[in-house]
Design a protein around this ligand. Structure first.
Ligand code: ZN
Length: 231
C-alpha cells in the first residue's frame, strides 16, 4: 500500500512528521494548509476570526490525559457536565465514562492533523474563557452564529463536523472540524488490530478492560461519526 497518507505511527500519534506547525502549540497536516487558509479567508469575510484551539495532539499527550482521568487527577464528566464519581465504578465503567469526552490514546482524530477544534476569537466575550462546551455553540452562546455559518459553508472547503450530534458514543462537539479528503483515509486505515497493538504496548490505565472490549469501543466511539454533506 503506497497510497497511504499516513503511516501507522503517524496515524496513532507516535510520529509528527506529517505536521506543519502554525505556532509552537498548534499543528495541522501539511496537506490541509491551503484548505484551512481558504476556510479562514471565507470566514473572515463573513465576520469570524477563526482560531484553532487544538490541532494535532500526540499519543503521549492523549495518554497523559487518559491516565490522569482514570486515576481521578482530572475530572470525568457525564453528558450533563457533572463530575462522575469513579471510585465506585469498575474499570470497564470508567473506560466508557472517559470515552464520552476523551479519545482512547492512539484513536484520537487529533493524532491525524486533519482534525481541529475551532472558535471565533472576535466573538469570545472579553471576560470569558473559552470552555469548548456545547452551550457556547448553541442558541444564545457566543459562537452560535459561527456554528450556523459552518454548517452552511464548511463543506465548500472540504470540512465537516464528525461529532455534530450525539450518536450514543462521543458527546456532541460543535467545535470539532475534520478535513474530509484526509480524514476519510485515516478512518479507513485505522483498524481494531492496529489499536490493539498500540494499547498492548503502552502503559495505559485500564488496559485489560480496554482490550477486552476493543471491538465495542471501536464501533461505539471511534467509527460512530458523521460525514460530510454532499448537497
Ligand atoms: Zn476535537
Amino acid at each position: 500500500m503506497n497510497d497511504l497518507i499516513l503511516n501507522n505511527e503517524q496515524l496513532t500519534g507516535q510520529d509528527d512528521s506529517h505536521i506543519h506547525w502554525l505556532d509552537e502549540h498548534t499543528g495541522i497536516h501539511f496537506e490541509m494548509i491551503t484548505a484551512w487558509q481558504s476556510l479562514c479567508d471565507s470566514a473572515k469575510v463573513a465576520g469570524f476570526d477563526l482560531i484553532i484551539a487544538s490541532g494535532y495532539r500526540s499519543f503521549t499527550r492523549q495518554l497523559s490525559i487518559w491516565n490522569r482521568k482514570f486515576s481521578g487527577l482530572l475530572p470525568v464528566k457525564n453528558r450533563q457536565g457533572e463530575n462522575v464519581n469513579i471510585d465506585t465504578m469498575t474499570d470497564t465503567e470508567i473506560v466508557n465514562a472517559i470515552l464520552l469526552y476523551s479519545a482512547l490514546p492512539g484513536a484520537s482524530r487529533h493524532h491525524w492533523g486533519c482534525d481541529i477544534d475551532i472558535y471565533a476569537s472576535n466573538f469570545l466575550p472579553e471576560d470569558q474563557q473559552l470552555q469548548l462546551e456545547p452551550w457556547e455553540y448553541q442558541e444564545k452562546g457566543p459562537f452560535h452564529s459561527l456554528s450556523q455559518w459552518l454548517s452552511l459553508n464548511a463543506h465548500h472547503y472540504g470540512f465537516y463536523l464528525p461529532y455534530d450530534e450525539y450518536r450514543g458514543g462521543v458527546a456532541i462537539e460543535p467545535w470539532h472540524l475534520s478535513y474530509h479528503p484526509l480524514a476519510k483515509q485515516c478512518e479507513r486505515q485505522l483498524s481494531i488490530e492496529l489499536l490493539n497493538k498500540v494499547i498492548c504496548s503502552n502503559q495505559i490505565k485500564g488496559k485489560v478492560a480496554i482490550a477486552s472490549q476493543i471491538t465495542e469501543i471501536f464501533n461505539k466511539f471511534i467509527n460512530n461519526v458523521g460525514s460530510i454533506s454532499h448537497e
